[in-house]
Design a binder for this molecule. Structure first.
Ligand SMILES: C[S@@+](CC[C@H](N)C(=O)[O-])C[C@H]1O[C@@H](n2cnc3c(N)ncnc32)[C@H](O)[C@@H]1O
Length: 284
């Protein structure tokens, strides 16, 4: 992350601007602290990654989720790559992700701000990044921001894509989806894929995603949900239960719609996933 990027962030406790105090690698953050404007809150930056959460403040399932993702990162990717096509009834994981990313309607960004900002909450190892980059209209220097509770996964994400041109436009930080370190309305697209049921309070997370979305922008949430309309085979039901054992299913349509947003799309989008997309209203 560049020092200039910290101007897009705020202290997640006070909402104040942040001051950088530390050592740089040219224009990049290296080691130090991001301090709230009143000096009362300090957020360490270690090995270039800002840590915008405090361990003691993490709630029940968030703490568990972090432990799972920190301890089992090697298992996560192969399980998805092999398990998803089986559950989906064909196709590849990459093709599924490309289809889900269409829900972000990135084509709409053409002709607008030449540097739109996208935020993936719970970015994990960044498996969506290549498909996101490919779906962006030509010529846009979009900033791809990613937050996650798992520092281990973020480091793997950074390492994994280090040599890709889009890495230059990526900004990663440790942060909690319930309390994002960004001011209101600063992203053109805000999305989360795959783990909503593990968040401690999915309704609060949805409201937080809406808060940081700019007027006219989209919030897109994709949740694991088995399509039961065509009575899935018992083996598919059992596999679904196994893969989501730590994750209660969230009824996306039943979540309170955050103030100032309208529902654009809600429902099953594949055998294994449901999508909710909200448009942030433009004030008159
Ligand atoms: C199922 S994974 C999905 C990863 C990625 N979005 C993908 O599509 O491959 C869910 C991610 O959410 C992260 N996560 C869980 N609770 C979180 C929270 N409260 N705030 C931010 N990230 C969280 C996990 O660490 C994990 O990386």
């Amino acid at each position: 992350m560049r020092i200039a990027d910290t101007a897009t962030m705020v202290c997640p406790v006070t909402g104040q601007a942040l001051r950088w105090q530390g050592t740089n690698l040219e224009l990049l953050l290296a080691e130090g602290n991001l301090e709230s404007a009143d000096g009362a809150q300090r957020w360490p930056v270690v090995d270039g990654l800002p840590r915008m959460v405090r361990e003691g403040e993490l709630r029940g399932t968030d703490r568990l989720s972090r432990h799972i993702h920190d301890r089992l990162p090697r298992a996560h990717r192969p399980v998805l790559r092999l398990g998803l096509p089986v559950l989906q009834g064909g196709g590849s994981e990459a093709a599924l992700r490309r289809a889900l990313i269409e829900g972000l309607r990135l084509g709409e960004l053409a002709g607008g701000d030449p540097r739109p900002r996208l935020l993936e909450v719970g970015i994990g190892e960044g498996t969506n990044l290549p498909a996101l980059r490919a779906a962006l209209p030509e010529g846009l220097g979009a900033e791809l921001w990613g937050v996650d509770l798992s520092e281990v996964l973020l480091k793997r994400c950074r390492e994994r894509w280090r040599h890709q041109p889009f890495a230059e436009h990526s900004r990663l930080l440790v942060a909690d989806a319930h309390r994002l370190p960004f001011p209101g309305g600063c992203f053109d697209r805000v999305f989360h894929m795959g783990g909503l049921g593990r968040f401690d309070d999915p309704a609060r997370v949805l409201a937080e995603l809406a808060r940081v979305t700019r007027p006219g922008g989209l919030v897109v949430v994709v949740g694991k949900r088995l399509d039961r309309r065509e009575a899935p085979a018992p083996a598919v039901q059992a596999a679904f239960r196994l893969l989501t054992v730590h994750e209660p299913e969230v009824d996306l349509e039943a979540l309170p719609v955050p103030a100032g947003t309208v529902v654009e799309q809600a429902g099953q989008v594949s055998r294994f996933f449901a999508m909710l997309s909200l448009r942030r209203e433009v004030e008159a």
